[in-house]
Design a protein around this ligand. Structure first.
Ligand code: COA
Ligand code: AMP
Length: 629
């Protein structure tokens, strides 16, 4: 069957299509049907089946006689170490950790926050929660204590599992003090913490609350896999919205495993036993899906890489990892390739390695610029496949399903909708637009299995953010168009979300931090173009009359505040003071116009602008920060 037939089949009879896909998953009780639409426009999949995610990702492979197969390869140029864990070992380690969590009271439905760097123990912690039916929420290590505290208060975890430290080039990230700080700030207090002590930094443990990862497993009985319903939340993953309050995206267990497992062969063209490497972080959705659950559920070997594309030690690291571990499919963000290209423009370092195992490079997380795609294609001599997705969907909305059919690649497009996604381009009134016309990208409901059924304890926000604007559709928050062959082009966000080095951030969240500075009267944060990271945040500050501090000092304070409250990942380093912000006559800040000015693009003077002269001051301020580039 070709792509068009598979897509048509999923559209014509979704129940049969997804029930067939569900046969590749082990169920304790098989579901009687796929889609549960009684509560539309809220949809669920496989709700009356029961299963366990850890069983599917780990135990079943051991039961099938593949206990000696490598499940995880940890490759850490940061700690100069490499090691492998078989499926058999992984099963034992996860069962033991789950047993210890259970002994401390963690049960099905309890939440557990995981705050760990790229070590196999991060996956083991996720899998141990899955084993018990506990709902994990992994928080990216680049977020600061305050962000962690916000998540603690939202999902109210019984336990926090963390590592003592993370390793970033040139510095050690002190995870444990961040955890302590977050617990202090949060209203909700977890019952206990489990700390994985790394040899690079051993953390202080709070007597009575904190337990050592190894010691607390001593003598406990390993836990068996607990059956959960197909619609049981597998995890919560927080992602940036338009405010500082992140959205807790829920992933339901059954649909998650069915969809991810389906993608491994059909989208990524993998076979069990082959090596899949996603160079990202378990703190992002890409890491949840394609470092942990998809490759393991499908029986592949997954690479957990603790390093950067450049500087650890050089721009040849990725090729060294491909050679050492015989990686078949590499998945990363375009920014990683821009970093490599900047250090090694001719791609000379590739020649030092045997990368013949590599079949395909997949890119996602941000717009893949044509230059980067062409450079990667020429340097690696493999197909470079852009695919488009979001934390909310958990897997690709659009891609090139090379396991079904290698469709022609059109540079600049993440190709075509995946089965189950009826993608439409809509005008403001919600009417479908003709091919080639730019509009809001929406997906006709229901979304396929694996996508978010709701937000954690925030159904009203879920409806408002995604369902209300275009009734009958899921609003993606991206704008773009479709061509005559049905290829999609993703052009920009329609909200205040920006994408910095493949990391999704909220300018609204940053504005909330800046506005809390005692000398700041009002502010605006915009995303400006950056040749390496895609976008960078830039803050414009208006000060209170009579402020004693200098403009430079307030700007420096603001940079420090964002790093301290949101985290280094925000990469907020550009801040400047202006007298006024450009606004419409009704008082709305003209952020889009400010972006165009900072990027040096042509723009149309907004008809509703209150005072056009302010734009000159914005241009001057951006110029002082080195923009346009
Ligand atoms: N824990 C703590 N801090 C972290 C972190 C983590 N897990 N990840 C990043 N940071 C810090 C960095 O050390 C940096 O701090 P600094 O301001 O002190 O230098 C800051 O957050 C910004 O990080 P980043 O934007 O990643 O920039 P970088 O200069 O460290 O690296 C790239 C740039 C392009 C090499 C890097 O962003 C990269 O490899 N990106 C791949 C994209 C990716 O994984 N995307 C995920 C979605 S697919
Ligand atoms: P995240 O939820 O962090 O995965 O970020 C999702 C957002 O990243 C999307 O809504 C897009 O704005 C952007 N994005 C992800 N993949 C792509 C892609 N292939 N092309 C263009 N934008 C992308």
């Amino acid at each position: 069957m070709d792509y068009a037939q598979v897509y048509a089949q999923a559209k014509a009879d979704p129940d049969t299509f997804w029930m067939r896909a569900a046969e590749a998953i082990d169920w304790m009780t098989p579901p009687t049907k796929a889609l549960f639409d009684d509560n539309a426009p809220l949809y669920e999949w496989f709700s009356d089946g029961t299963l366990n995610a850890c069983w599917n990702a780990v135990d079943r492979h051991v039961e099938a006689g593949h206990g000696e197969r490598i499940a995880i390869i940890h490759d850490s140029p940061m700690s100069h170490s490499k090691h492998e864990i078989t499926y058999g070992e992984l099963r034992d380690r996860v069962a033991s950790l789950a047993g210890a969590l259970r002994a401390k009271g963690v049960e099905k439905g309890d939440r557990v926050i995981i705050y760990m760097p790229m070590v196999p123990e991060a996956l083991e912690a996720m899998l141990a929660c899955s084993r018990l039916g506990a709902i994990h929420s992994v928080v990216f290590g680049g977020f600061a204590a305050h962000e962690l505290a916000v998540r603690i208060d939202d999902c109210e975890p019984k336990c926090i599992i963390a590592a003592s430290c993370g390793l970033e080039p040139g510095r050690t990230v002190h995870y444990k003090p961040l955890v302590d700080g977050a617990i202090e700030q949060a209203r909700h207090k977890p019952d206990f913490c489990v700390i994985f002590q790394r040899e690079q930094e051993v953390a202080h443990l709070e007597a009575g609350r904190d337990h050592d990862w190894h010691a607390f497993q001593y003598g406990v009985a390993p836990a068996e896999c607990v059956p959960v319903a197909g619609n049981h939340p597998h995890y919560i993953l927080y992602t940036s919205g338009t405010t500082g309050q992140p959205k807790g995206v829920i992933r339901a267990t059954g649909g998650h495993l069915v969809a991810l497992n389906w993608t491994m062969r059909n989208l990524y063209d993998m076979n069990p036993g082959e090596v899949f490497w996603t160079a990202s972080d378990v703190g992002w959705v890409v890491g949840h899906s394609y470092i942990c659950y998809a490759p393991l559920t499908f029986g592949c070997t997954t690479v957990v890489f603790e390093g950067k594309p450049v500087g650890t030690p050089d721009a040849g690291t990725f090729w060294r990892v491909v050679e050492d571990h015989k990686v078949k499919c590499l998945f990363t963000a375009p920014t990683a390739f821009r970093a490599i290209k900047r250090e090694d423009p001719t791609g000379a370092l590739v020649a030092d390695y045997d990368i013949s195992s590599l079949d395909t490079l997949f890119l996602a997380g941000e717009r893949a610029d044509p230059d980067t795609i062409q450079w990667a294609q020429a340097t690696l001599n493999v197909p470079v496949i852009d695919h488009w997705w979001q934390t909310e969907t958990g897997w690709a909305i659009a891609g090139n399903p090379i396991g079904i059919e290698k469709l022609p690649v059109k540079i600049g497009s993440p190709s075509v909708p995946m089965p189950g996604y009826d993608v439409q381009i809509l005008d403001e009134g919600g009417h479908p637009l003709p091919d080639g016309e730019l509009g809001a990208i929406a997906v006709k409901l229901p979304l396929p299995p694996g996508t978010l059924p709701n937000l954690w304890k925030a159904e009203a926000r879920f409806r408002k953010s995604y369902l209300d604007h275009f009734p009958g559709y899921y609003e993606t928050g991206d704008a773009g168009y479709k061509d005559a062959d049905g290829y999609l082009y993703i052009m920009a966000r329609t909200d205040d979300v920006i994408n910095v080095a493949g990391h999704r951030l909220s300018t609204g969240g940053m504005e909330e931090v800046l506005a809390s500075h005692p000398d700041v009267a009002e502010c605006a944060v915009i995303g400006v173009a950056d040749p390496l990271k895609g976008q960078l945040p830039m803050g414009f500050l208006c000060l209170n009359a009579g402020t004693q501090k200098s403009a430079e000092d307030v700007a420096a304070d603001c940079v420090a505040m964002v790093r301290d409250q949101i985290g280094p990942v925000a990469a907020f380093k550009l801040a400047t003071v202006v007298q006024r912000l450009p606004k419409t006559r009704s008082g709305k800040i003209l952020r889009a116009t400010m972006v165009k000015i900072a990027d040096g693009e042509d723009f149309k003077m907004p008809a509703t602008i209150d005072d056009p002269a302010i734009l000159d001051e914005i241009a001057e301020a951006a110029k002082a920060l080195g923009y346009p580039r």
